[in-house]
Design a protein around this ligand. Structure first.
Ligand code: ADP
Length: 302
């Protein structure tokens, strides 16, 4: 069995013994350099089994990036695609809650770390599954974070996937850069924003980051775009409207769609319920489905 070590200073289970290479059978004879090379080879092998690799970014926190990731992943899994979600938000992993697998732990098999699997086949990996105390902050510098992401890509038994969604923390810091460096052939990035000016300024940074590191932009999602009043049915533009589309025109990138504010989306996220299928007839679910369709067109699946 391959040994797994998620390096860090939190109280995590550590199964690697000193001097044992976690990536090959020749265990104790591998030097540190060889171990690194074996890990790179293993990561390459694993990534070759993943057809489309999509990262989901935002300039700001709380704009609905994880919500969009979780719903697109569920949507495609329900359509029969083999889908994985890598929660790369090391400091605030919300994906386990949104996908209804909070508090669970990942197992080991002869193939490596086993992702958690939902009934629809969706595979999930998150640091949230490894941190015992949710209130303890993860205080890691860049190299350590990159080490964990490398292990999530090399030692997790993702198997054959049609899509891997990488849910990034907000901004353009260590994690997006690490993911771009580790996953050489990303299909593209989805940028999530809200319609107001300040959020849009930050989302421009995400788009410019993609331009700098040569990652294609799948498009911009304008989330929390308008609220349908449950009493009178009138639309209220709580955070304004249309800014995401305007930014996409200015930046010359596709606009993927607007997702309205829907209280059921908050409830579903908190309870780990797949909103997009459970509330399929709602305007927000329809918008998410259209975004899914545009993603499928982008990667050439439709
Ligand atoms: P991020 O990943 O960008 O930090 P989240 O996806 O965690 O943001 O969303 C932040 C909060 O906003 C969550 O409580 C989520 O349920 C809620 N939320 C996201 N999108 C919507 C929406 N369209 N309508 C209502 N609530 C939303």
């Amino acid at each position: 069995m391959r040994n797994s070590l998620i390096k860090g200073d939190t109280e995590m289970e550590c199964t690697e013994k000193k001097g044992i290479c976690s990536s090959c059978q020749h265990a104790s004879t591998c030097s540190a350099d060889e171990q690194r090379r074996h890990q790179e080879e293993l990561m390459k092998e694993r990534l070759q089994l993943i057809r489309h690799r999509i990262m989901v970014m935002s300039g700001k926190g709380g704009v609905g990036k994880s919500t969009v990731t979780a719903n697109l992943a569920n949507l495609l899994a329900e359509e029969g695609y083999k889908v994985g979600v890598l929660d790369a938000d090391i400091h605030g992993p919300n994906i386990p809650t949104m996908l209804g697998v909070e508090g669970r732990t990942m197992g080991m098999s002869p193939e490596g770390i086993e992702p958690l699997e939902l009934p629809n086949g969706l595979k999930v990996v998150s640091l949230g599954f490894l941190i015992k105390d949710k209130d303890t902050p993860v205080i890691w510098r860049g190299p350590l974070k990159m080490g964990v992401l490398r292990q999530f890509l090399s030692e997790v038994n993702w198997g054959n996937l049609d899509f891997l969604f990488v849910d990034l923390p907000p901004g353009t810091g260590d994690e997006p850069l690490s993911i771009v460096q580790l996953i050489h052939h990303l299909d593209g990035a989805i940028v999530v924003t809200t319609p107001q000016h300040v959020a849009l300024l930050d989302s421009r940074k995400s788009v410019n980051f993609c331009h700098k590191v040569n990652v294609k932009v799948v498009g911009i999602v304008e989330n929390m775009s308008g609220l349908i009043c449950p009493h009178c049915g009138e639309e209220i533009d709580l955070f304004k409207k249309g800014g995401g589309e305007k930014a996409s025109v200015e930046l010359g990138e596709p606009f993927l769609g607007r997702v309205p504010i829907d209280p059921a989306l908050v409830e579903a996220g908190d309870r780990g319920v797949p909103f997009v299928t459970r509330f399929a007839k709602s305007p927000a679910a329809k918008a998410l489905k259209e975004i899914g369709e545009r993603l499928l067109q982008f990667v050439g699946e439709k």
